[in-house]
Write a protein that binds this ligand. Structure first.
Ligand SMILES: [Zn+2]
Length: 172
């Protein structure tokens, strides 16, 4: 495979990995029950902006559009949001409050880049590679979010939709 195509798959993979990280950060909070919500509202380490979103139930994977630090509430600038590089350049810390970031942020993006590039190299057609890549991302989210009981029904529904899509695309 051409080097150019591999680079495109890597960029695509780390970008999806970055979105997966947003899902992992926000979904368990979006679906949090009252007890967990109250626990976070009483947490001194949580940013006022995060508490505001929890209180108003306005946190979702698309809202607010821009990411923010859950510890200090500062908005993440575009240059702090470049997959892999920003994590390394900021030495795994928030630029504003220096709170240590979870290494999961890096590994999710790194393994997505690797996996997507691997599948892009292995499969000749991009549709099959794309399908297996999306399956990987979904399984990543499923594995991480499954312990959150409130999310399980939605995850099972998404799994059913994805499985149907797999059958349609793979056997058509
Ligand atoms: Zn911060």
């Amino acid at each position: 495979m051409q080097l150019f195509e591999t680079v495109i798959w890597i960029i695509f993979g780390v970008t999806i990995g970055s979105f997966v990280n947003v899902c992992l950060d926000r979904l368990p909070l979006q679906f949090a029950d009252d007890e967990k919500r109250q626990c976070l509202l009483n947490d001194n380490q949580a940013a006022p902006l995060l508490k505001e979103h929890l209180l108003n139930r306005t946190l979702s994977i698309f809202s607010p559009a821009r990411s923010f630090c859950f510890s200090c509430g500062s908005q993440i600038h575009w240059f702090e949001n470049i997959p892999l590089f920003s994590f390394l350049l900021n030495r795994a810390c928030c630029r504003n409050c220096s709170t240590k970031l979870d290494s999961r942020l890096f590994w999710t993006e790194f393994l997505h880049g690797l996996w997507y590039a691997g599948l892009g190299w292995f499969f000749t057609g991009w549709i099959t590679a794309f399908l297996f890549s999306i399956n990987f991302s979904f399984l990543w989210i499923l594995g991480y979010c499954w312990p959150c009981r409130q999310l399980q029904k939605s995850l099972l529904f998404a799994a059913a939709v994805l499985l149907t899509l797999n059958f349609i695309i793979y056997f058509s």
